[in-house]
Design a protein around this ligand. Structure first.
Ligand SMILES: [Cu+2]
Length: 491
């Protein structure tokens, strides 16, 4: 159990939040029906190599599988808009904090949940500068200060991010989400996340370009009987209680319609804060194109369930059989299927791509000879149940003790999990190449990998191209808020 000392104040404030909403980026009445057709979030695309957009962090009021909810999100819906860019583009994203006022917190002020209305932005998996105005996650955007009571301190509530995406950036599926240390888990699980697509050479392969695209943002909103999520106690799994449902784009087991023989491109994002999934695609011939936005050397046929932990993304080509039928896409978490695929209508025979994929220089293999430095890390926890702190190498997160790493250094990391929980390791800015462990094949490039209970993973990474301060952390986001994060300063 987590003690949230500010709960009483939040409970008082949430009524004010419920008034400041409406809208919902087109999350229509039809989309709300359980078992309805899969809804797609609205979209913003770059024009002339720039995507200039505003994202409002605000409460949204909508039906979540039949329950009226009021949850923190982006622009009022269960999922933020999809942002579509090409490698080489610039994303100008103005984030506005429209949440009700709260007393300011401090991002470095401890490893306990706090400041639930303070936020910032992270481009998950994207290889961009970690410095302001790019992917600097130690920024705090507090809600606007009210005129009364007396203003406490000058706080920023509106920020213009500028992210320059390299021309050789791997094309694939990424996502953006809130990353204020202290409220990450509650904000992300409430819906403060959206899909970010980077297109490149791979997207011009005719069989891939011809496939209709579907974004699947997997979420597990923690909603109480009153339709809100206002405390960290709600995020925790209660022993013995049935798990919360898993939603896709804010829908419970939506349908994806396919014609016999049709090929679709699915961009699947594990946007939950705690769901360790095995994506099962029985009956549908599927090719895996990218993991965490990183194209594989060659499209690879999927032969079994795919491990898919919080923070992971899968780019898939899915082919419907030539006969009509209904197929359940399994989540492997005991809450039933994620979606059902209904194959029906006029046949639409399409070729399923199985060839080589264009490579990016960022993903050139790392040989043992290239390693300049090795690290051993441990993920652990300490403290009595009501006062748990999650640790890396025995210590919880501190802003004051970043690890300094020289630019260009190539390292091998071995991470050991000393606990009985899985911890999805995620690092910002630079992807890594797997050597062993993590329920994934060796050689795969990822930005998030499961460190299984009492298990171990080994990977190699290059601290390439960008200097600055960034972090790695557990993507079971409650663990992150409670200390399982470490800062790195590339110099
Ligand atoms: Cu963890």
């Amino acid at each position: 159990m987590i003690v949230n000392k500010t709960l009483d104040r939040r409970t008082l404030l949430k009524g004010a939040g419920a008034l400041a909403l409406m809208g919902g980026v087109g999350f229509s009445a039809r989309a709300r029906e359980a078992g309805g057709l899969l809804w797609q979030p609205g979209e913003a695309s770059s024009v002339g190599n720039v995507l200039d957009t505003v994202v409002n962090a605000q409460y949204g009021s909508f039906d979540l599988a039949g329950q009226k909810v009021s949850l923190r999100g982006y622009d009022g819906g269960p999922v933020g808009r999809t942002l579509r860019l090409r490698a080489g583009d610039t994303l100008r994203l103005r984030l506005k904090n429209e949440f009700p006022w709260e007393p300011s917190g401090a991002i470095c002020g401890g490893n306990v949940p706090h400041a639930l209305n303070t936020t910032n932005m992270h481009l998950h998996g994207v290889h961009v500068s970690p410095n302001q105005p790019s992917d600097y996650i130690l920024l705090a955007l507090a809600p606007k200060t009210p005129l009364s009571p007396v203003p406490t301190q000058e706080a920023m509530s509106d920020y213009q991010y500028v992210y320059k995406i390299g021309a050789d950036h791997p094309p694939g599926t990424y996502f953006y989400h809130a990353h204020y240390h202290g409220s990450v888990a509650l904000q992300v699980s409430s819906g403060m996340a959206g899909c970010l697509i980077i297109e490149g050479e791979m997207d011009r392969i005719p069989e891939i370009a011809a496939a209709a695209e579907r974004v699947l943002m997997v979420q597990s909103q923690c909603v109480g009987p009153d339709g809100t999520c206002e405390s960290y106690e709600q995020l925790e799994l209660v022993p013995g209680a049935p798990p919360r449902p898993t939603y896709v784009n804010g829908q419970l087991v939506p349908k994806i319609a396919m014609r016999p023989g049709e090929v679709q491109r699915w961009r699947v994002i594990n946007g939950t804060h705690d769901r360790l999934l095995w994506l099962g695609l029985d009956g549908l011939k599927t090719m895996l194109l990218c993991c965490d936005g990183n194209p594989l050397p060659k499209a690879e046929e999927v032969t079994g369930p795919l491990r898919f932990v919080p923070g992971n993304r899968l780019d898939l080509l899915v082919k419907a059989p030539s006969q009509p039928g209904t197929y359940a896409i399994a989540s492997g978490d005991g809450t039933g299927p994620l979606v059902t695929v209904v194959v029906d209508g006029q046949p639409k025979p399409m070729a399923l791509f199985s060839g080589a994929l264009p490579s990016s220089p960022l993903l050139r293999p790392i040989s043992a000879a290239e390693i300049q430095y090795g690290r051993r890390l441990t993920f652990g926890m300490t403290g009595a149940p009501a006062h748990t702190t999650y640790t890396i190498n025995g210590v919880p997160f501190s802003c004051e003790t970043p690890w300094e790493i020289p630019l260009g250094r190539v390292e091998e990391w071995e991470i050991t999990n000393q606990t009985n929980d899985s911890h999805p390791f995620h690092i910002h800015v630079n992807p890594f190449q797997m050597v062993s462990g993590g329920n994934v094949p060796a050689g795969r490039w990822l930005d998030t990998v499961e460190v299984p209970p009492t298990g171990k993973v080994t990977f190699r990474t290059r601290f390439d191209q960008f200097t600055g301060l960034f972090v790695f952390h557990c993507h079971t986001l409650v663990h992150e808020d409670m200390g399982m994060m470490q800062a790195i300063k590339v110099v």
